[in-house]
Design a protein around this ligand. Structure first.
Ligand SMILES: [Zn+2]
Length: 413
């Protein structure tokens, strides 16, 4: 017998959650640790109470709902994501992973299946990072990538600290976030990109995440008057820009998985009749292979050496300001997801995550994998974010299949 999730119930829950902090164009606004975020968590907790799940939380504001196993000492299998949203967020980013996890627990409950190992749904604190930066705070603290005291001192635009909000909502009474023991972690999420929809594929088996390197590049020359200064006598950083931009973008075209983005480009002082004294340029390089990313980094350094030789009057200073290493998900869990999709008859392909997710933090500590489903036009962080009920159901069904596989539960009948 193949167990399936209840597609109608999952969809009703998604729509009910979207009514907490509703926006006029169909989205939701539940920014981290606000009253609306807490109201969303309260709704989630009311569903958990109806299933007699055990609720716990930690001092980082992470919330867990447990279906106890027959061997409660075993570390739990955890499913989850986040309920906080962008200020003009969609209905599904994060919410799907939490409510699909709840749906899986409900299916286990109503079929009288009590696995040996406990199963939990996690609601991680502040995945979005819009009210309080950086993103993925709760999962980052769990993973040891962020420090709780530093996070608590972080303020929003009004000067309110994370710590004050955690205390106001009662999370100070929680357990030590890093003391939690997790056996494995699975997260269902919308793709937030266009690939699955373009290929008409139902399930993305996420094998890991791109490594990211961020750079600030400053090109310096000499400020001068646009009129009296002949072209040949200028030290104009713009002279290098044609080759510079084209060569950086070429680094991103080396293969289908590489990305190079120049997101900010500022000339200083920024006056139409002044030859700029300097250019400030941001560069974002990404690749799912750490070796390839290192090679792209070397290409960037070589490019700047070549430009220095060609433009001796200009200065080129490159600073790498952030490096997020490649994440490779657990092979055993990835294969459980592949098998789950195959045995349930869904089309699938491997995919690498281009966005940040709680799973990428959790993966630094425990075996982890993710499932993606398509979203319309690849749009997310937007009220227009949209999925079809059947797409949500497919993702949750594959999550259920992977859970049964990890727990070694074979429903009889
Ligand atoms: Zn998300």
């Amino acid at each position: 017998m193949t167990l399936h999730i209840n597609a109608d119930r999952l969809w009703q829950n998604l729509m009910a959650m979207a009514e907490i902090g509703p926006l006029s164009k169909g989205g939701s606004n539940r920014q981290t640790l606000s009253d609306l975020d807490e109201a969303g968590r309260d709704l989630f907790r009311s569903w958990c109470a109806a299933l007699d799940l055990e609720i716990s939380f930690d001092t980082a504001g992470n919330l867990f709902a447990r279906l106890p196993g027959t061997s409660p000492n075993l570390a739990p299998l955890v499913l989850g994501s986040h309920l906080d949203t962008q200020p003009t967020g969609g209905k599904f980013d994060g919410v799907l992973g939490v409510l699909a996890g709840l749906e899986v627990l409900q299916v286990l409950r109503e079929n009288g299946l009590q696995p040996q190992r406990s199963v939990e749904v996690a609601v991680w604190m502040n995945e979005e990072g819009s009210r309080f930066a950086p993103a993925m705070m709760g999962s980052g603290i769990y993973a040891g990538m962020l420090d709780l005291d530093t996070v608590r001192a972080t303020t929003d635009a009004e000067g309110i600290t994370v710590g004050a909000e955690l205390d106001r909502h009662g999370y100070a009474a929680g357990s030590d976030p890093q003391a939690k023991d997790i056996h494995a972690y699975l997260e269902l999420h919308i793709e937030q990109g266009p690939v699955l929809e373009a290929e008409d594929t139902e399930i993305g088996v996420v094998t890991g995440a791109q490594g990211i390197r961020w750079y600030d590049l400053t090109v310096t020359g000499s400020e001068a008057h646009a009129g009296p200064t002949p072209m040949a006598l200028r030290r104009d950083p713009m002279n290098s820009v044609g080759e510079l931009i084209e060569s950086i973008l070429t680094i991103g075209r080396r293969d289908d998985d590489a990305r190079a983005t120049i997101g900010c480009f500022n000339a200083s002082p920024g006056s139409r009749n002044v030859i700029p004294g300097s250019l400030n340029i941001t560069i974002d390089l990404r690749h799912p292979s750490e070796a390839e990313l290192t090679d792209m980094d070397a290409s960037l350094a070589a490019l700047l050496d070549a430009l220095r030789a060609k433009h001796p009057g200009l200065g080129f200073e490159l600073n790498q300001i952030w490096h997020s290493p490649v994440v490779e998900f657990d092979a055993r869990l990835v294969s459980a997801i592949r098998t789950g999709a195959e045995s349930r008859g869904y089309s699938q392909r491997d995919i690498v995550s281009g966005a940040g997710h709680d799973a990428l933090m959790v993966a630094r500590r425990v075996p982890t994998a993710m499932i993606f489903i398509p979203c319309r036009d690849g749009i997310s962080h937007n009220e227009a974010e949209h999925i079809e009920p059947a797409q949500a159901a497919a993702g949750a069904d594959v999550l259920l299949g992977a859970v049964l596989d990890v727990l070694k539960v074979n429903p009889q009948g």
